[in-house]
Write a protein of this length. Structure first.
Ligand SMILES: [Zn+2]
Ligand SMILES: [Zn+2]
Length: 245
């Protein structure tokens, strides 16, 4: 176990969730900024934060089997790490990564990653630019408008609680793609209030349980092959996922 601890949630002295520096980082926090190239990870000279999160003390417990209370601890850790990393003014973007049963995973213990980079990925930058343009034209939030449309159509809504909704988005790029969105406008996961962690955790755990009940373990294989064509329309995905609850 890596003795260098960045953050942890403990109960009676034992850790429930633990964050350490990634021993095999994709990006390093040390070093000078040096702009070069144009790709996602070679744009900067391997600078960034790469943290390894041990999601649970249990070796191989999948998120779908987490208690909502434990998932809320994990979400609270992500929120805290993002809040901390954004104080480092070199970073412009932070993300949480989780690969379920990924063939290429470098660690066997149940884990996830928090990374921060001094650049915004092209995909996120395009999404933000689109939302800014939408706001300029309509003076409304693009995501709230999309969500209102999903709620009205209802065919792609899978499950909801008073705070969040899970749906299969209209333009799903992958089979059984699910989005979880707050029902009231909120632009910043880092600013999520404590009382929202458990409702979000409940929906996440439930959604992953539905995914597993619907597709089993085949989906990870399909993603691993890099084939991103989507043979399952989102309405059909939502219907099956809804039935799996
Ligand atoms: Zn990993
Ligand atoms: Zn909004």
């Amino acid at each position: 176990m890596n003795p260098e601890e960045i953050a942890a949630v403990r109960e009676d002295g034992a850790w429930l969730v633990r964050v350490t520096p990634d021993k095999q980082p994709l990006l390093r926090i040390e070093g000078d900024l040096e702009r070069r190239g144009a790709g996602m990870f070679d744009k900067m000279n391997a600078i960034g934060a790469h943290e390894l999160v041990s999601d649970t003390p249990e070796h191989a417990r999948p998120w779908a089997d987490f208690s909502p209370a434990h998932m809320a601890h994990l979400l609270g850790i992500y929120r805290a790490r993002i809040a901390d990393l954004r104080r480092d003014r070199r970073f412009r973007h932070a993300a949480v990564l989780k690969n379920h049963s990924a063939l290429w995973s470098r660690y066997v213990h149940a884990h996830s990653h928090v990374i921060a980079t001094p650049f915004v990925s092209k995909r996120v930058e395009e999404e933000l630019a689109g939302a800014r343009e939408y706001y300029r034209m309509k003076e409304r939030c693009a995501f709230c408008d999309q969500l209102a449309e999903e709620l009205q159509v209802d065919a792609r809504v899978i499950v909801r609680n008073p705070d969040f909704v899970v749906f299969a988005p209209f333009a799903s790029e992958r089979p059984y793609e699910m989005w979880i969105a707050p029902l009231r406008h909120a632009a910043d996961f880092g600013a999520l209030p404590d009382r929202a962690l458990l409702p979000l955790a409940e929906l996440m755990v439930g959604a992953l349980g539905r995914l597993r009940a619907t597709v089993g373990h085949e989906l990870g294989m399909e993603w691993a092959t890099g084939i991103f064509s989507n043979p399952v329309p989102p309405e059909e995905a939502a219907r099956r996922l809804k039935a799996a609850g």
